[in-house]
Design a protein around this ligand. Structure first.
Ligand SMILES: Cc1ncc(COP(=O)(O)O)c(C=O)c1O
Length: 431
């Protein structure tokens, strides 16, 4: 017998009842992918209020790499709750913030002195990266890429690519954001485009380059290695701050602690959130110490930034990920998941390609014609059918046609196999 256990229609009666209350109380704009309401989540499974058990390939959008209800993490949280919960680091500081900053300074790529700021969300981490870069360079512009997603705050919407739903109707945005095509399979062209922009506008126009090394919401495309090496050099030569957004890619997702590790890349600032804590809101930026420390006192911070329970959860989550890495499990998963998705891609005319890095892998669905066009309809059909069969998944991609894997990395082989079998069945039944 497998893990999945579907006992009612999906959604079941209790989920339907909650949906009615939700419709009256919660803004429609905050949507949900799966209309099943959570009662409990453990490891790589979610049980809904009707008692149905699902395998989770979404991991709270990549925030649960250490698994739901990880006891090592929840124990740390409980202990911290008993000691004190919020005093505000701006008022009376505390050790867990310092300890997490020390840990992030040590574990992030780059053998140079670093400093860390803790805030609350991925968007806030990117906001602060741009603030620090502007302050350091005394310049204003930012180079970003097509298919980028960096958040929903005003500056990060400006950095983000997709109009609907992320930017639509929320402008105007700062006019100092310069966007280039995402460097996936573009070879030398991407480097030429970057160099032309630099030449045309002049280095004094740019405070920062902000990039995801695997475009997350944009469709799991890995950036070209040569391009990444090129922009590292160009940023150093022209005094531009290189910010890598590891919000989705970080903390073991790609099989290494950070996607930067695949590229031997040392960014000036690295933005982190999601799986940093195993489930509590917290984000961080870690960067070159002199850069981070140039900002005047009081220029960075926030009421809940570096919440002590989140910090302790973060230290515990990092410990858990280090163990998964040391045991070889991260490597195993980052071989097994791509292999399985490539094999599936070979069998279906509706998969244009399987791509990603490590356990951050995806299937890009198309219409099956020789000049393959993106097929959002087919991706949604697979998603809905997987849910009925007990597998929770989410999509990505500028055209909404990419099925992505963000399962907790504590998933067992049996659960992975069961989830993949559901996915395979529903991709292979497309017509
Ligand atoms: C790459 C990337 N950057 C930034 C964000 C924004 O993070 P948050 O939703 O925590 O603000 C996300 C969220 O999905 C992300 O994937």
């Amino acid at each position: 017998m497998g893990t999945v256990n579907i006992q009612t229609d999906i959604p079941g009666p209790k989920s339907k009842e909650l949906a009615e209350r939700r419709t009256k109380a919660v803004v429609d704009a905050h949507s949900s992918v799966a209309p099943v309401y959570t009662a409990k989540a453990e490891g790589a499974t979610i049980t809904d209020v009707d008692g149905n058990v699902f395998i989770d390939f979404a991991g709270g959008i990549g925030a649960m790499n250490t698994g739901h209800g990880n006891p090592v993490i929840t124990d740390e949280i409980k202990n911290q709750v008993d000691d004190y919960l919020h005093v505000c680091f701006t008022v009376t500081p505390y050790e867990p913030y310092v300890a997490l900053a020390e840990k992030l300074n040590a574990m992030t790529p780059g053998d140079f002195p670093k400093k860390t700021l803790l805030v609350n969300s991925g968007a806030e981490a990117l906001e602060n990266s741009v603030k620090v870069a502007r302050y350091w360079t005394e310049r204003s512009g930012v180079i970003v890429f097509e298919h980028a997603f960096h958040g929903r705050s005003l500056m990060t919407m400006a950095l983000t690519y997709k109009d609907m739903p992320y930017r639509h109707g929320f402008g105007p945005f700062p006019d100092v954001i310069h966007r280039l095509p995402y460097p996936y399979n573009r070879g030398k062209k991407a480097m030429e485009e970057f160099d032309s922009l630099l030449l045309e506008k002049g280095e004094e126009s740019f405070a920062a380059v902000v990039i995801e090394l695997v475009a997350g919401e944009g469709g799991f495309m890995p950036a070209d290695k040569d391009f990444v090496a090129h922009i590292r050099k160009q940023c150093s030569d022209h005094g531009i701050v290189l910010v890598v957004d590891e919000v989705q890619t970080g903390f073991g997702r790609t099989g290494k602690m950070f996607s930067c590790d695949w590229y031997d890349l040392e960014p000036d600032i690295i933005a982190m959130a999601k799986s940093l804590t195993g489930g509590l809101p917290l984000s961080a930026i870690t960067g070159q110490a002199d850069m981070m420390d140039k900002v005047h006192v009081g220029g960075l911070g926030g009421t809940f930034g570096g919440n002590p329970a989140s910090c302790r959860a973060g230290l515990a989550a990092i410990g858990q990920l280090e163990q998964l890495q040391a045991s070889g499990r991260l490597d195993q998963l980052s071989t097994a998941i791509p292999q399985r998705l490539h094999a599936l891609s070979e069998k279906s005319p509706f998969v244009n390609e399987a791509r990603g890095i490590g356990a951050m892998y995806s299937l890009e669905l198309c219409d099956g014609a020789s000049e393959a066009k993106p097929s959002k309809e087919r991706a949604s059909e697979v998603l809905q059918n997987c849910l009925q069969d007990g597998l929770i998944m989410i999509l990505s991609g500028t055209y909404g046609n990419v099925i992505r894997t963000l399962m907790p990395l504590v998933i067992s082989d049996a659960e992975l196999d069961e989830g993949m079998a559901i996915l395979e069945k529903n991709v292979l039944s497309l017509s």
